[in-house]
Design a protein around this ligand. Sequence first.
Ligand SMILES: NC(=O)c1ccc[n+]([C@@H]2O[C@H](COP(=O)([O-])OP(=O)(O)OC[C@H]3O[C@@H](n4cnc5c(N)ncnc54)[C@H](O)[C@@H]3O)[C@@H](O)[C@H]2O)c1
Length: 308
Amino acid sequence: MGSHLCDALLGEGHSVVAADNLLTGRLDNIAHLKNDRRFEFVQQDVCFPLDCGRFDFVFHFASPASPVDYAEHGIETLRVGSLGTFNVLETAKQSGAVFLLASTSECYGDPLEHPQRETYWGHVNPIGPRSVYDEAKRFAEAATMAYRRYHKVDTRIVRIFNTYGSRMQVNDGRVIPNFMRQALRGEDLTVYGDGTQTRSFCYVSDEVDGIVRLSRSQEALPVNIGNPNEFTILECARQVLEITGSKSKICYEPLPKDDPKQRQPDITKARTLLGWEPKIELVAGLQLSLEYFQQEVARLAAVTPGRD
Ligand SMILES: NC(=O)c1ccc[n+]([C@@H]2O[C@H](COP(=O)([O-])OP(=O)(O)OC[C@H]3O[C@@H](n4cnc5c(N)ncnc54)[C@H](O)[C@@H]3O)[C@@H](O)[C@H]2O)c1
């Protein structure tokens, strides 16, 4: 998502410095910005102090984000949510910049309130396998509010709901890249549980638009940005099969521990405060992403001969 945010900000005429340690990111995603003189890339772990200039806005997006990534990098996830957040907050403080935290719907855990409003405090297992991510983000929210209260940093918190689109890793375990990869390879689409659990999927350009609007608003408390249109996982699998024209079948595997049964943002706050709502529905978003996933599956097949 960070590369899409860079595109949006550069498109508005800003200069952008992007810091990333490439733990789960890829330089390919910013290759098209190589010759843009208003763009600079710094390879840096934000768990160490940053010294890359003075800024008007600081967006803290660094974190392993997919279930596969944070399962593999559990300690790094806790570190970047805690130490990393402190460092990035310090950068914003030194610059007198607006700080925006990329938080997550995972703060709501397996929610008992549906749809989730920002006032809901969540239902999170603090010691389960997902806790490295969920609690890191909850800590990051607490740190953000503390820097606002104690250091007067001008902060924003966006709670991002499932976002998809080009530049995602196809092996990162998230629903849409998983289904796209399997469908394009002619493999069975893996549905966990009976597929009746629901998710809402936001196309990346909508998500970035909401985030940029939030950064310009005065709202300090968390704001949900996501698409409220809810689909069962099974419906999503069928949409992917239709759009890819794949003859793959659907297979079922047990539900992972603490997998949320329902996820749907209440976006009343974003609608009223930011005048924002998503424009691109799932079918259109899948069509817009299809070419990227086709190219990515072909690229991986070429670097892993025998894979297909
Ligand atoms: N995509 C979603 O559906 C979603 C949903 C909720 C929240 N978010 C949040 O949005 C942000 C971006 O997510 P994404 O989907 O683009 O994931 P991503 O994996 O594509 O991007 C995260 C980036 O953070 C970098 N990173 C990780 N640890 C770092 C560190 N210590 N120092 C510097 N860079 C580091 C990675 O290399 C990667 O480029 C994350 O904070 C994520 O938690 C994403």
